[in-house]
Design a protein around this ligand. Structure first.
Ligand code: DSN
Length: 432
C-alpha cells in the first residue's frame, strides 16, 4: 500500500511537506539563486519590469497555488472556495478603489489575455479594428500580424510622425472615418508620451466604435495621480500589475459600464480562460493594497521625475531621445545618429550591468531582431530607491557605454560596470 507523503520518513532531502527547494531540487534552486544575484547586482531598466515586495512574493508562493476555482466570487463551479472568494473580492474592491471605477476583472493571466478577452467581448472575427503599429510603440495583442488578433480581425493601423515621434491625431481620425472600425485601441508598450484619451473617444464616438485604452505601461502613474486617467473616456481599460503597479505578473480589465462589465466577465471566463490562478490573484490583491497607500503616490511622482531626469541626462550627452522626453515611466532612444543598432547596444549595456531591451523606433529600417533603438524604464530602479541624482548618473553611464561602442573604446563598459556595482551596493534589494 502506498505511504502518503505526510507519513513518509524524511529522507536526506527532507519530507514532501518539509524539504526545502535547495535540498529537494538543487538545480532549480541554483538557477533561482543566480537570478536573485543578477537582480541584486544589475540595474534593471527594462520598462516592463519591477521589483515586488516581500509580501507579494509570499502571496505568490502561498498555498493558494493548490486551489482550483472557476467562475467569480459567490458563483463558483467548485467547492471549498470561501478563502478564494475572499481574496478575489479583496482584489476587485482594491482595483475599483484605486482606479475609481465601477467594475474590475482581476482574473486575466496577463495583459495579452486581458486584451484578448476585450476582443471577444466587443468584436467578431472579420471586424475592423484600428490600433497603433508595433513599430510605433503599439503591442502584439493590438492586432500585430503574427498575433491571433492580427489573423482574425481586419486590422488598420496608425503610426507616429517620423519627425517628432508623436501620434498623428489627423491620421487616426482619417483612418477611422475611412475604415469605420468597431474597436479603436490606444496605448501600447513603447509610446513615451501622454495619450489624449478625450480625442480618441471623440473619434470613436464619431464612427460608432468602442475605445479600448491599454495602460499597461503607465497604470502605476494613473493610480498614483501622475498621468491622466483614461476612465472617463475609454469604454474599457486594460492594464498589467507587474510594471509600475509594482506587483506580480497579471492583467486587469476595468470599465464603468455595467453592460460591458457583464460581457467582459463572460469573455474572461469561460471565454478565454479556465480556472483562476489564485496565488496570482492573492499577489495582485497585495500590490493593489500597496498602491492604495499614500507612499505609492510618492513612488509614482518619483517614477515620473526619474524618467524625465534619465531622458534629460541622455539628451545632454547627445543621445537622441524620441519625442524629446517622456510623460511615462519609459523612454525610447534612437541610435541611428550614433551608428549603432539596438541589439549590439543592449548587449554592451548588459555587459556593463545595465539591463534594457532593443526596440524599434519610428521609421526604423532594421527588423525587430536588430532594431535601431533602445527602450528604458525607471520603475524598477525607482523601487530600489534611486532618485534623480542616481538616474542622472545612470544616463551618463549609458552614454559612456554607447560612446564606447561607437568609438571602439573597450574600457567604457568595465568602468560603467564598476559604478553600477557601487550603486547596487548602496541600494540593495531583498537583503538576506
Ligand atoms: N509587452 C511587453 C513589454 O512591454 O515589455 C511585456 O510586458
Amino acid at each position: 500500500m502506498p505511504v502518503p507523503p505526510s507519513a513518509q520518513e524524511p529522507g536526506p532531502r527532507g519530507g514532501y511537506f518539509t524539504g526545502t527547494l535547495a535540498a529537494v531540487d538543487p538545480e532549480v534552486h541554483a538557477a533561482i539563486a543566480g537570478e536573485l544575484a543578477r537582480q541584486q547586482n544589475q540595474i534593471e531598466l527594462i520598462a516592463s519590469e519591477n521589483i515586488v515586495s516581500r509580501a507579494s512574493l509570499e502571496a505568490l508562493g502561498s498555498v493558494m497555488v493548490n486551489k482550483t476555482v472557476e467562475g467569480y466570487p459567490g458563483r463558483r463551479y467548485y467547492g471549498g472556495a470561501r478563502f478564494a472568494d475572499a481574496i478575489e473580492t479583496l482584489a476587485i474592491g482594491r482595483a475599483k478603489a484605486l482606479f475609481g471605477c465601477a467594475h474590475a476583472n482581476v482574473q486575466p493571466h496577463s495583459g495579452s489575455q486581458a486584451n484578448l478577452a476585450v476582443f471577444l467581448a466587443l468584436v467578431r472575427p472579420g471586424d475592423t479594428i484600428l490600433s497603433m503599429t508595433l513599430a510605433s510603440g503599439g503591442h502584439l495583442s493590438h492586432g500585430a500580424a503574427p498575433n491571433l488578433t492580427g489573423k482574425w480581425f481586419d486590422v488598420v493601423q496608425y503610426g507616429v510622425r517620423e519627425k517628432d515621434g508623436l501620434i498623428d491625431d489627423d491620421q487616426v481620425r482619417r483612418l477611422a472615418i475611412e475604415h469605420r472600425p468597431r474597436l479603436i485601441i490606444c496605448g501600447g508598450s513603447a509610446y513615451p508620451r501622454a495619450i489624449d484619451f478625450a480625442k480618441f473617444r471623440a473619434v470613436a464616438d464619431d464612427v460608432g466604435a468602442w475605445l479600448l485604452a491599454d495602460i499597461a505601461h503607465f497604470a502605476g502613474l494613473v493610480a498614483g495621480g501622475q498621468h491622466p486617467s483614461p476612465l472617463p473616456h475609454a469604454h474599457v481599460v486594460t492594464a498589467t500589475t507587474y510594471k509600475n503597479l509594482r506587483g506580480a505578473r497579471g492583467g486587469l480589465i476595468l470599465t464603468e459600464d455595467a453592460e460591458l462589465a457583464r460581457k467582459i466577465d463572460k469573455a474572461v471566463f469561460p471565454g478565454v480562460q479556465g480556472s483562476v490562478i489564485l496565488n496570482g490573484i492573492a499577489a495582485k490583491a497585495v500590490c493593489l493594497g500597496e498602491a492604495l497607500r499614500p507612499e505609492f503616490k510618492e513612488y509614482a511622482a518619483r517614477v515620473l521625475d526619474n524618467a524625465r531626469a534619465l531622458a534629460a541626462a541622455l539628451m545632454d550627452r547627445g543621445v537622441h531621445v524620441v519625442t524629446g522626453g517622456t510623460d511615462t515611466p519609459l523612454l525610447l532612444v534612437d541610435l541611428r545618429d550614433k551608428g549603432l543598432t539596438g541589439d549590439l547596444a543592449s548587449d554592451g549595456l548588459e555587459r556593463a550591468g545595465l539591463t534594457c531591451n532593443k526596440n524599434t523606433v519610428p521609421g526604423d529600417p532594421k527588423p525587430p531582431t536588430v532594431t535601431s533603438g533602445l527602450r528604458f524604464g525607471v520603475s524598477a530602479g525607482t523601487t530600489r530607491g534611486f532618485n534623480v541624482a542616481e538616474f542622472e548618473t545612470i544616463g551618463h553611464l549609458i552614454a559612456d557605454v554607447l560612446d564606447g561602442l561607437a568609438t571602439g573604446d573597450g574600457a567604457a563598459e568595465g568602468a560603467a560596470r564598476a559604478k553600477v556595482g557601487e550603486l547596487c551596493h548602496a541600494f540593495p534589494i531583498y537583503p538576506a
